[in-house]
Design a protein around this ligand. Sequence first.
Ligand SMILES: Nc1nc2c(ncn2[C@@H]2O[C@H](COP(=O)(O)OP(=O)(O)OP(=O)(O)O)[C@@H](O)[C@H]2O)c(=O)[nH]1
Ligand SMILES: [Mg+2]
Length: 165
Amino acid sequence: MKNKVMMIGAIDAGKTTLVNELVDIGTKARKTQSLEYHDWVVDTPGEYTENPLYYKNIMATSFQVTHVAYVQDATTHKNIFPPGFGGGVPKLPIGIITKADAKGADIERSFNILKRVMLRGPVIITSVVNKTGLKHIQPLVICNSLLEMKAYAEKHNDPLLLYVE
Ligand SMILES: Nc1nc2c(ncn2[C@@H]2O[C@H](COP(=O)(O)OP(=O)(O)OP(=O)(O)O)[C@@H](O)[C@H]2O)c(=O)[nH]1
Ligand SMILES: [Mg+2]
């Protein structure tokens, strides 16, 4: 299977905006209504993560990907992931903090939320407005293990790329 990442996270977290930037779709993000498959990224509606009735869809779709990205909006204190959610998803985890540029963005708060959700793995601090952090996403999706992702993070020594042990 070609390495692929599924983006999950709250409604309005910025998943589609990020995906559009990564796969260069050239359209503005509209509310996501269903699973959307792109080359190496699967976008999901925020409802899938916010409503436990949809967890089975997340689990079923996770069989089609190698990585799951937990997307957390830096501008909100709202954590819609149940604690340890990532522990039940047997895929390589990537944490993505979005909207780092925005007024009221709190990176530390988002990092603490993601730590509790994914338990371990890399966390990338991104902004689509400033185009920061984005370049790390695809190389991490190419990695085939936590060890490889950790080595990538260590090699880059970038304050926008953290690693949770
Ligand atoms: N300032 C800022 N705003 C952003 C950024 N990324 C996304 N947004 C805004 O966040 C809002 C929601 O973005 P979407 O990409 O549609 O969010 P989503 O997670 O796909 O939402 P659903 O499809 O409903 O699950 C939009 O108004 C975006 O412009 C960012 O990096 N910086
Ligand atoms: Mg969307």
